[in-house]
Design a protein around this ligand. Structure first.
Ligand SMILES: *Cc1c(COP(=O)(O)O)cnc(C)c1O
Length: 389
């Protein structure tokens, strides 16, 4: 049998069984691996023979997680990191050098924004931010030294969408590396490589774990780019722990069913919020009112689990809303089984200036909901009672 379907690949891709014939994959908590002879050790170090050497390079658990993610994203190769930020940072550091320029959008995760605006310039790498809602402006921002385009779609926290097919063509026309953070969609809802992306980064901490337990990240994509990232990571050490890889690989087995339910619940909550009079600007990729609804429908299987909205009465009243929630958790994570409410302006995006926040739609009253897997009626009642109070 040669399985082709997402669910089957996510469940039946497994490292070789040991002599114990275990059903679930064993956990290899070992920092290094042994050799029979000095000659074999020399051959492995010289890349003449393939074998595990040291868990900073690879390990059966990280390897299995990487292999599965490559199959699910349609990628040639990958490397797993200790967190999503380690994946994003490694993809920049391994492939950009002093004098290069990166084109992105300010509508990205707060820490990625900090890396691009505060750290890359220290090493002589410049950046421009284009507007996710004005694709016609992107090409003008490409310079002679532009090397990479980095985007999130849907973006965090604004759930902005960009046309991946158009962006893939733009990147290829200018011979740029297209690097897509696919964290909100996961490969189950969207596979950017189909549209010409060269690299995919993930915070596996979010939907891939999906249960708020472990940190993790991964980069997958073109083999020659991943080789550079591997060389960088092998020497600098942001590797994923075998334990976290084991958790994440197991979690992938349920990704499809979880994403189906996250999306179904989020769609119902978004439709409810649009009818609630205390709320304005409900934004969800699969609502007809989303500015890029048609593109979202084209490139995503479903809308995902993240909704944003604003409170009509501003953030002072918004605090009352957050404090009145009885079930939804106030926490900075997302993509959990548990519904989560976050206020991006004072938390995940607090390091941006007020002007930077406003330019990407993070108003003081913006609320982000990561819709969980609880019964949708309980989720809606909790939000409804909090909005009333
Ligand atoms: C959370 C997040 C990250 C960072 O991931 P960590 O695992 O927390 O380091 C990167 N990109 C997006 C879109 C995220 O939501």
């Amino acid at each position: 049998m040669n399985p082709k379907h997402f669910e089957t690949l996510a469940i039946r891709t497994q490292d070789k069984r040991t002599g114990n014939r275990e059903h679930s994959v064993p956990l290899y908590l070992t920092s290094s691996f042994t050799f029979d002879t000095a000659e074999q050790m020399r051959a492995v170090f010289a890349d003449e023979e393939q074998a595990y050497i040291y868990s900073r390079f690879s390990n059966p658990n990280t390897n299995e997680f990487v292999e599965k993610m490559c199959l699910l994203e349609g990628a040639e190769a990958g490397y797993a990191t200790a967190s999503g930020m380690a994946a994003v940072f490694a993809s920049f550091m391994a492939l950009l050098k002093s004098g290069d320029h990166i084109l992105s959008s300010a509508s990205i995760f707060g820490s990625t924004h900090t890396v691009i605006t505060k750290f890359l310039p220290k090493w002589g790498i410049t950046y421009s931010y284009a507007d996710m809602n004005k694709p016609e402006t992107w090409e003008k921002l490409i310079q002679k030294n532009t090397k990479m385009i980095f985007v999130e779609t849907p973006s965090n926290p604004g759930v902005d969408i960009i046309d991946l097919n158009w962006l893939g063509k733009l990147a290829n026309k200018h011979k740029l590396i297209l690097n897509v953070d696919n964290c909100f969609a996961t490969p189950y809802l969207q596979q950017p490589i189909k549209y010409g992306a060269h690299l995919i980064t993930h915070s596996a901490t979010k939907y891939i774990d999906g249960q708020g337990r472990v940190l993790g990240g991964i980069v997958v994509g073109k083999k020659e780019l991943i080789n550079e990232i591997y060389t960088f990571c092998r020497s600098t050490g942001p590797s994923l722990s075998p334990f976290n890889a084991w958790m994440l690989s197991k979690s992938l087995e349920t990704l499809a069913v979880r994403m189906d339910r996250h999306s179904e619940n989020a769609m119902k909550l978004a439709q409810y919020l649009e009818t609630n009079k205390s709320v304005i600007n409900v934004k969800y990729p699969f609502l007809k009112s989303h500015p890029q609804y048609k593109i979202a429908k084209k490139q995503m299987k479903q809308g995902g689990g993240i909704i944003t909205f604003e409170l009509k009465k501003g953030f002072e009243k918004g605090k009352l809303f957050l404090n009145a929630l009885k079930m939804a958790s106030l926490t900075a994570n997302l993509g959990d089984t548990r519904t989560i409410a976050t206020h991006p302006a004072s938390t995940t995006h607090s390091k941006l200036s007020e002007q930077e926040r406003l330019s990407v739609g993070i108003t003081p009253s913006l609320i982000r909901i990561s819709v969980g897997l609880e019964n949708i009626e309980d989720i809606i009642s909790d939000i409804e009672q909090a909005l009333k109070s």
